[in-house]
Design a protein around this ligand. Sequence first.
Ligand code: ZN
Length: 476
Amino acid sequence: MKRGTLLIENADFAVTCDAQDYVYEEADILIDGEKIVGVRGKRRWQANGITSKGTAEKVVTACDDSEEWTAPEVISGKGMIVYPGLVNTHHHFYQIFTRNIPDVQNLELFPWLKYLYEIWKNLNEDTIHYSTLTSLGELLLTGCTTSVDHHYVFPEGAGKLIDRQFEAAAEIGARMVATRGSMDLSVKDGGLPPDSVVQTIDEIMEDSERLVKTYHTGEPYAMRQVVLAPCSPFSVSADLLKESAVLARQLGVCLHTHLCETKDEENYMLENHGIRPLEYMERLGWTGPDVWYAHGIHFTDEELDFLAKTGTGVAHCPISNMKLSSGVAKITEMLNKGVKVGLAVDGSASNDGSNLLEEMRVSFLLHRLEKSNEAPTGYDILKMATVGSASLIGRDELGSLAEGKASDLFMIDRHQETLIAADRDPSAMLCTVGYKGKTAYTIVNGQIVVKDGRLVNIDEDELVEKANAEAARLYA
Ligand SMILES: [Zn+2]
C-alpha cells in the first residue's frame, strides 16, 4: 500500500510531460505534501509518438498496477484531463492596472514606456498588493502554478514592494519567483525612466542582498525564490549589470533581464556602446545557465549558437511581441539548436492579461504561420510552458507529473460544449484547439488553490472591488 495526502483517482487522461512523454488513460496521481509519489494509468502511450514531426504511430500499452493507493483527501478525475502546472517565466504584475489605456494602444516599446512611467511612478504598496493578487489569481485560474515577476519600478518612499508581493503570493497560494528589478539610468543620464523611480547601485545591491537572505531558498520545492534582474541595457548602467552578476553568483541566485526585444534597443546599443546587445551582456558576465532573457527576438543565427553553447535561456512572450510590434522570436530555430526556451505572458500592459493557456495557443499559431510544418507542434509548446519554463528558471522539479516532482498541476473538465471532439489528442489540445475557460482544479504544493473555476483562498468579489479602486487611483 502507498500512502499520500491527496489522491487524484481515475482521471480520463494525465498528460505528464515526463522524460518518456507518457500520457496515461484512467490515471491516478498520488501526492504526498510537496511532491508527487506516484503516477499510473490503465493504459499509456507517448505523446511525441503522435504529434512530433516525422512519426505518426500511436502505440497504446496496457499497464498493470493493482497496488492500493490511499490518501485522506480524494479528487475524482472522472471526465477530467490532468496537466502539469504551467510555469510563467516573465511578468510585471503591477502593469495589470495600466492595461488597455487608449493613448498607448498604437505605440511601440520606447514611447510606450515613456508614457507609462509617468503613471507607474505613483505606485505604492497597495498597488503591488492588489496587482499581485489580481495577476496571480488569473494565472492560477488558467493553470499556471509558478510565476516569475519582474518588478523594477521603485519610487522613492513607496515601501517594501517585493516583500508585499511574497505576502500576496502566500495568501493566494501561488509559487513565486521574484526577480528584483532595478534601474539606475534616468532621463538625465540618457535613459527612459523619470528620475524619481531610479535608485543608486548601493541601494539596489543592499536591498537585493536583503531580499535573497530573507526569502530565497535554493532547495527543491521552494515556494519563494529571488533572482537579480536589472531592467534592460537601456535603463541601467554597465556597472549595475556587472555588480549584479557578481552579487548573484556570490549568493547563488539566477540573473534575468530584457534583451533583444526591439530594433530600437539594438540601435541604442550600437550607437552608445558600438556593439550588439548580446556581446555587451557577455562582456559584463551575463551569459550562462543561470541567466535567462525576456523576449530574445533580434538574435542572429551565430548568437543563437552562442546561447545554446552557454546554456543561456530565453523567455518567449509572443502576445506582447505582437502587440508592441517588436518582431517574431526565432523559436523554431532556437528549439532546433538546443537553446533553452520557456513561455511567458510578459507584463499585463503589453498583453493585456495573465493567461498562459492563451499564450500557448497564440505561440502555436504564430510559429505555424511563419514556419508551417517546421514549427513546434502543440505538444512541443505545452512542453515549452512546463518543463521548458521550469528548466529556464533552474527548477527541474517543476513542470512534469512524475514521482519526485513537485505536486503542482491543473485539471480541466473535458465534458463541456467548447471541447467536444477536441480531446482526440489531449497532449496537443491546449494549443491546437485552445482552452478558454477556467480550470476545474489547480493544485500548488499539494494544496487545492482553485476549485470549480474559483479561487479557494481569497474572496474573489472583494478582490475585484478593491483592485478596481486601486487601479482607478493609480490612473487618476
Ligand atoms: Zn517585460
